[in-house]
Design a protein around this ligand. Structure first.
Ligand SMILES: O=P(O)(O)OC[C@H]1O[C@@H](O)[C@H](O)[C@@H](O)[C@@H]1O
Length: 303
């Protein structure tokens, strides 16, 4: 497992919150909360954030048909994409399923690292020892991941540290596949993408974004490469989320529109009207990590 300079505080297995204010560990999840009322919930399965509440309002979309038992990736919240974005047809990730294995594995809870009243952070770890034999065969590299979720009063930060613990260089992608809960897709625009090149998976074309405020009024599946600044998700012209990051140069925008009805785990059927995925990641090209090197990337969503 990856060595860290800042060791987390060990957490008693049956933590109730009494000895660890703001932190509750249940059999399959961790619940975080701040004295000011903000909260987050993270499943050990996939280390998937499935809830983020600010001002009493849920900020993430979670399908009512999402499987939370580890049988499949969670449809909603913030599934983690690693080491491949999408499905490779060739190269070292070709044997892996779409979006890799990080969202399919049970992560280890490493502990919490922040004690402040205004923020709480929890760390999760994943290494080859947490993979099934099949997954190890599909991607036989020695790696260590540390995933940190930091809840503060008006933001949620997700941070991934990737370490190459073997003797061979490997290539990877990382993405925080964030499903935002929104009031109405017909009032939604996304600002901050103008001038950025993108690949559209719906029309199988490439273009440069021309819209200052991009409306989403039909199926969208685009990978914007090299987004210079934070992106704003707006409802009726008002910013409801600001998505920024460090070392995560790309943004994926996805809404399946009526195609959602073909997904067995998507519900309600018209739920696509209340969600938009704006996903910060490093996916438009491979990132190469040499033996014993570390890469770190983080996304911050501000309300
Ligand atoms: O159904 P999955 O595997 O969770 O993927 C959902 C979507 O994830 C997006 O990030 C991809 O760009 C889409 O192409 C994909 O359909």
């Amino acid at each position: 497992m990856v060595e860290r300079s800042k060791k987390p505080v060990p957490i008693p297995v049956s933590s109730t919150g009494a000895e660890n204010p703001g932190f509750v560990l249940e059999s399959d999840r961790v619940k975080l909360s701040l004295p000011t009322g903000e909260s987050a919930e993270i499943l050990l399965h996939g280390a998937t954030v499935i809830s983020w509440v600010v001002d009493g309002q849920e900020k993430l979309f979670l399908s009512e048909k999402a499987a939370l038992d580890g049988s499949k990736p969670v449809r909603g919240g913030i599934p983690l994409v690693f080491p491949v974005f999408g499905k490779s047809t060739e190269g070292p990730t070709a044997a892996l399923p779409q979006h890799g294995f990080a969202r399919l594995c049970k992560w280890e809870l490493l502990g919490r690292t922040s004690e402040a009243d205004t923020a709480i952070q929890v760390d999760f770890g994943l290494g080859p020892e947490n993979l099934t034999d099949d997954q190890r065969n599909q991607w036989p590299y020695e790696f260590g991941l540390i995933y940190s979720v930091n809840l503060s009063m008006s933001s949620l930060e997700t941070k991934m540290l990737v370490r190459n613990e073997g003797s061979e260089t490997f290539d990877f992608n990382v993405l925080f596949h964030t499903y935002f809960r929104i009031p109405d897709i017909n009032n939604l625009t996304i600002e901050g993408l103008k001038g950025t090149s993108y690949k559209c998976k719906v029309t199988k074309s490439e273009a440069v974004e021309e819209e200052v405020e991009l409306p989403v009024r039909s199926e969208v599946d685009r990978v914007y490469a090299g987004v210079p600044n934070a992106v704003q998700v707006k409802n009726g012209g008002e910013t409801i989320f600001k998505v920024g990051g460090t070392n995560l140069e790309d943004i994926v925008v996805w809404n399946p529109w009526e195609g959602a009805s073909k997904m067995a785990d998507f519900g309600p059927e018209d739920g696509y009207k209340n969600m938009i995925c704006v996903e910060a990641g490093a996916v438009s090209k491979w990132h190469s990590l040499e033996p014993q090197s570390v890469w770190e990337g983080s996304a911050v969503v501000n309300i």
